[in-house]
Design a binder for this molecule. Structure first.
Ligand SMILES: *[C@@H]1O[C@H](CO)[C@@H](O)[C@H](O)[C@H]1NC(C)=O
Length: 561
């Protein structure tokens, strides 16, 4: 999950190009951008090179150096992160997007969801040893077998056909995950159903009205000043352009699935179903994104559906996810870019063509690069065989691969039904579906209490969805910065906020990113590392936080209870 920063882009664009504005205002804003940019750029040498530990200071671990439980509570990267903080813009914005671009009510809901999950539900589950939680590390996305060792997928895969070897699976073990990760899946089920019921309850009427208006109303007199200006000056994109692109890409996708000796494992009906899912969910998820700047992940539902319908096939699973989820997510990007173009008065037809060409260029380049890397770098992504300093460890693909094992090879049927360990997570479907109802009811009953309407159940459910890639310390740093800027400064210094907030965000992003690239190419790539000291480790100094606490589980570097 990530936050597209349209607001930031618009604001930056205005700061740099707007004509109507007084020269003076424009110049101060430009100067402000440059100053922040250089400060951010210069500062990032510290977390990026000299003192990486500053990204996750976990005080509790420094005090209780021998207690697993204390480190589980204090670790910012592998635990609850109580009292942990990162003094680094990439900690703040690198995992959850810039908090400056998120309205305060969304931050509050997000924090609420994070807090309830991470500091109430998870501790109860973990310390009551639900789902054998204590056998496994506290915070991990890895998969395990019943003995607490990493799940050995090699044992259950047919290597010729790349699908599950059932007898081998039955004689090995069911698939276990940490209770933290299991609950994340539960919450993603809840996110899905609550998105549907929330949008239906709160926005159903509005959407219906808009739909009627846009399909039935006559062409003129419709829309705001931007729409009228655009209509007057530029030709619209004709409908058939979209339809032509749809047909061409559908046929190509069909060929990719059914051709090539069916290597992708996904049959034609899977492709049709994936398109139907993308089509159905684009609107409700788009509505939520438009109001909260947060995109609900659809990936889990696509994995779940094809996992039930077509278990044991990991490639079918990822293909279905790509056609179902990625196409929706790209559609929303596309709409977002068009909105940007709408406000910036870019001719829609040019916009359409640019998007089309850029998509083709980007996908060709990505495909070519991947092909080239896979064939030219020995043992790429194989961390056991790669030299220690090699950058080709593919952490993102590792998560993607693990997901294909969980959902494709094992399948939700052997995971979330009575045949697996986690059927209890299905309750989240029901909880999510019903949770927006009381909020909606009370918001109508007490319309004078404005805050009730601001309780946003899908946001609350999805808050934890960025885990386990985003850790506790990222959440805390994100929330603190977000509250400072979009609550305190927003309230007290509104004029300053309106002119500078988004520019600040863009400048911090840009400075950090450019220094990051510089460090990589100039220093790390040439093996020039900073002298070793306590702070040069890229850790939170909580070496025991990942240890299992169940009796008799032996893990290297951990005490045995
Ligand atoms: C996983 O299983 C394979 C096949 O049974 C075996 O060769 C390999 O050593 C195992 N790996 C681990 C890490 O236990």
């Amino acid at each position: 999950m990530w936050w597209p920063s349209n607001l930031v882009q618009v604001s930056l664009f205005r700061a740099l190009h707007e004509k109507e504005e007084k020269r003076e205002g424009k110049q101060t804003r430009l100067r402000f951008f440059l100053i922040v940019f250089f400060v951010s750029f210069a500062y990032y040498i510290i977390p990026g090179y000299i003192f990486p530990s500053i990204s996750s200071l976990s005080f509790v671990c420094w005090i209780w150096t021998r207690s697993v439980t204390a480190q589980q509570i204090g670790s910012g990267l592998q635990g609850l992160g109580v009292g942990s903080i990162g003094l680094d813009w990439s900690t703040v914005a690198g995992f959850l997007g810039s908090p400056l671009a998120v309205p305060f009510f969304a931050i509050a809901n997000f924090f609420g969801g994070f807090f309830i999950y991470f500091y109430i539900i998870l501790p109860i589950f973990y310390w009551s040893n639900a789902y054998e939680a204590k056998k496994f590390p506290f915070f991990t996305s890895h998969t395990f077998d019943h003995t607490g060792q990493l799940f050995n997928t090699t044992r259950i895969l047919n290597h010729k056909t790349f699908d599950i070897n059932l007898p081998a699976y039955e004689s090995y073990s069911k698939l276990y995950v940490s209770v933290m990760f299991a609950l994340i899946y539960g919450l993603s089920f809840g996110t899905l159903t609550s998105t549907i019921s929330h949008v239906a309850l709160f926005d159903g009427k509005f959407i219906w009205g808009m739909w009627k208006k846009s399909t039935l109303a006559t062409k003129d007199k419709l829309g705001d000043v931007h729409t009228r200006l655009m209509k007057k000056n530029y030709k619209e994109v004709p409908q058939w352009w979209f339809i032509a692109v749809l047909i061409v890409s559908f046929v190509l996708a069909l060929y990719a699935c059914e051709g090539f000796g069916k290597q992708l494992q996904l049959p034609w009906w899977g492709l049709v179903l994936a398109c139907a899912i993308a089509f159905t969910f684009t609107l409700p998820i788009g509505v939520i994104q438009a109001t909260t700047n947060q995109q609900m992940g659809l990936n889990v539902i696509t994995e779940l559906i094809i996992g039930y319908l077509y278990p044991g096939k990991p490639l079918a699973n990822v293909s279905f996810k790509t056609y179902g989820y990625m196409s929706m997510s790209q559609a929303l990007y596309f709409v977002g870019d068009f909105k940007l173009g709408h406000y910036m008065k870019i001719p829609p037809r040019s916009m359409f063509l640019v998007q089309l060409v850029a998509t083709m260029v980007a996908s060709t380049v990505c495909f070519g690069t991947t092909w080239w890397l896979l064939s030219s770098i020995e043992n790429i992504c194989n961390t056991d065989k790669l030299p220690k300093s090699s950058p080709w460890t593919c952490p993102g693909d590792e998560v993607f691969y693990n997901a294909s094992i969980i959902w494709g090879v094992i399948g939700p049927g052997r995971m979330f039904t009575s045949r697996g360990i986690y059927p209890g997570m299905n309750w989240f479907f029901l909880i999510g579906l019903l949770a927006p109802v009381p909020v909606w009811f009370f918001a109508r009953k007490f319309p004078e209490k404005k805050w009730i309407k601001q309780v946003h159940i899908p946001l609350i459910f999805s808050a934890a969805g960025a885990m386990p890639k985003a850790k506790a310390v990222h959440y805390w740093s994100w929330v603190i910065v977000g509250v400072i800027f979009n609550y305190y400064i927003f309230k007290r210094y509104k004029a300053w906020w309106a002119r500078h907030n988004y520019i600040l965000s863009a400048a911090l992003d840009a400075g950090t990113a450019i220094m990051g690239v510089l460090i990589y190419f100039v220093l790390q790539n040439n093996n020039i590392s900073f002298p070793n000291w306590w702070g040069s480790e890229n850790t939170d100094h909580c070496p025991l936080a990942h240890c299992p606490t169940e009796r008799g589980i032996v893990v290297q570097g951990c005490p045995v209870f």
